[in-house]
Design a protein. Structure first.
Length: 220
C-alpha cells in the first residue's frame, strides 16, 4: 500500500510520456475540470490546463499535476490498514504524522535524491484536525531544472518541496508541491527560507480549498 509513495517524485519527462495516452489512461476520472480519485476518497479541481502544457497522471492512490509554467502538485491518499490505524490510535495525531513522514515519505525523497533533507517542519493542531507541514530540500531534484546551454553544471539546483500530511476518513493524505521559482529564477530569487515556507504553506492550503473529501458509505 505505502510503496506507491515514490510516484510523488515522478519526473516531468515521465509525466509527459504517460500523458500522451490522454485522459483515457487515468485510473481516476475528470468531469467539468474536477478530478475524482479511483478510491473515491476525494475530488479536486484540476490545477493545470492542457493548453498550457498541463498533464495529469495517476495511480490508484496518487495523482500528479504538472505543467511547464511552475506547477507540480501531487495528491496522495493512502487507505489506513490495521497497522496504520493502530499507530494512530496509540501515538495520537501529531506523533503519527511524524512517524508516517519519517518512515515512508522522507525515505522515498532520499531514494530519489540522496541528499534530500528536511529544512523545517511543524505541526498545526488547528488545521484539518491536526496536520503536519514539512519543507524538504532536494539537491538536483527539481522538476523544473534545465541543463546549462554551454558547459557542465558545477552544482545541481536545489529544489524545495512543501508537504502537507493529515488524516481524513480513514486515509492518510500527503500533498506535495515544488517551489518552482527557487529554481527557475536562479540568482534572482531572493526570498528567505521563512518566506519560502509561507509561500508553500499558502499554496498547500489553496489546494485544500479546491478539494472535497468523501466519506465512505457505511458497510451494509
Amino acid at each position: 500500500m505505502l510503496r506507491t509513495i515514490p510516484f510523488l517524485l515522478l519526473s516531468a519527462a515521465a509525466l509527459t510520456a504517460e500523458a500522451q495516452d490522454g485522459a483515457a489512461g487515468l485510473l481516476g476520472s475528470i468531469d467539468a475540470g474536477v478530478y475524482s480519485s479511483p478510491t473515491g476518497a476525494f475530488k479536486v479541481t484540476v490545477p493545470v490546463l492542457p493548453t498550457l502544457g498541463g498533464v495529469i497522471s495517476d495511480t490508484k492512490n496518487v495523482v500528479t499535476f504538472h505543467d511547464s509554467y511552475g506547477v507540480h502538485i501531487s495528491v496522495a491518499a493512502f487507505p489506513q490498514d490495521a497497522t496504520q490505524r493502530w499507530e494512530l490510535s496509540t501515538q495520537g495525531m501529531k506523533d503519527y504524522l511524524v512517524y508516517f513522514f519519517t518512515s515512508f515519505v522522507l525515505p522515498d525523497f532520499k531514494r530519489f535524491t540522496p541528499g534530500a533533507h528536511v529544512e523545517n517542519a511543524g505541526y498545526a493542531a488547528d488545521f484539518l484536525d491536526g496536520s503536519m507541514f514539512a519543507y524538504v530540500l532536494l539537491p538536483g531534484g527539481s522538476m523544473f531544472d534545465s541543463p546549462p546551454v554551454f558547459g557542465p553544471r558545477t552544482t545541481p539546483a536545489v529544489a524545495k518541496r512543501g508537504n502537507l500530511l493529515f488524516v481524513r476518513n480513514g486515509f492518510t493524505f500527503v500533498i506535495s508541491t515544488e517551489l518552482s521559482e527557487k529554481v527557475t529564477e536562479g540568482s534572482q530569487w531572493k526570498s528567505t527560507p521563512q518566506e519560502e515556507n509561507q509561500i508553500l504553506r499558502s499554496r498547500l492550503v489553496d489546494i485544500i480549498k479546491k478539494m472535497v473529501f468523501i466519506k465512505p458509505a457505511p458497510p451494509k
